[in-house]
Design a protein. Structure first.
Length: 248
């Protein structure tokens, strides 16, 4: 079945822009990205949108749909009433390049600031057998597709540009938590999380978790445990040292 829908898409660049109205055909089974592609094919050839897989796996098509951060390729048109106006805007936290495409390099910068996995010297592949529970814990975090919807949503940076320098955001605090929970990692992640990556800015509002398309429990399984580890450590540094020694 086919019907016409009222789309409203933000068009512009880093200097200025506006919402532009488009009446557009919608067919059964389509997603928002299909409609954007139809607009490109029929009435707005120069409309910029970033996408790649159309399967919810590359994390490229992040936009805001009726104000909610979502993947355009995973948002079914059947989510909306046929007479609803669908407003599509670029991610608000990052600078606009053009139309629906934003510059997400903030996230690459934050990723580079986290030192990589640091096993103790002399451990050869095969020397250490990880417990299944440790494998499973990090596997959840590894589902991340780097769509940056959580980074875009967290109010610490969404409403406060000035916090960007000192806050890694939920995705990268989760990376630090993953490394800190790894029984072989020997770097002092807890001190860095607090002093360099802004863990203290997170007041566990859980908005990041709500928008994660991979349903990773970012707050409950990564951020809160990391905060607890930092608190334990603050009262007793031997707790941190002990946890590393006894796991080996
Ligand atoms: Fe996207 Fe979830 Fe990864 Fe955040 S944690 S970047 S919301 S997949
Ligand atoms: Fe932000 Fe998520 Fe913490 S939304 S405040 S990082 S729980
Ligand atoms: Fe790859 Fe949407 S196009 S996640």
């Amino acid at each position: 079945m086919t019907h016409d829908q009222h789309f409203r898409v933000w068009r512009g660049d880093e200097e200025k822009g506006e919402l532009v109205d488009y009446p557009v055909e919608v067919n059964e089974g389509e997603v928002v990205l299909d409609i954007i592609h139809r607009l490109q094919a029929t009435q707005a050839q120069d409309m910029a949108v970033r996408w790649n897989c159309k399967a919810g796996k590359c994390g490229s098509c992040s936009v805001e749909i009726n104000g909610r951060p979502r993947l355009a390729c995973m948002t079914r048109m059947s989510t909306f009433a046929e007479d609803e106006v669908i407003t599509v805007t670029p991610l608000r936290t990052f600078p606009v390049i053009r139309d629906l495409v934003t510059d997400v390099s903030f996230n690459y910068t934050k990723a580079r600031e986290i030192p990589s996995f640091a096993p103790p010297e002399g451990v050869e592949p095969g020397d250490y057998r990880m417990a299944q529970v440790d494998v499973e814990r990090s596997q959840e975090f590894r589902k991340c597709i780097e769509c940056y919807l959580c980074q875009n949503t967290c109010h610490v940076v969404r409403d406060h540009e000035e916090n960007k320098e000192n806050f890694a955001g939920p995705r990268y605090l989760m990376r630090i938590a993953e490394l800190d929970m790894h029984p072989l990692d020997s770097a002092d992640r807890q001190k860095a999380a607090q002093e360099e990556h802004g863990l203290g800015y997170c007041n566990i509002t859980k908005c990041c978790t709500e928008v994660c398309p991979e349903h990773i429990k970012i707050t409950d399984n990564a951020l809160i445990p990391l905060k607890e580890r930092v608190v334990d450590r603050k009262y007793d540094p031997l707790v941190w040292l002990g946890s590393k020694i006894f796991k080996r």
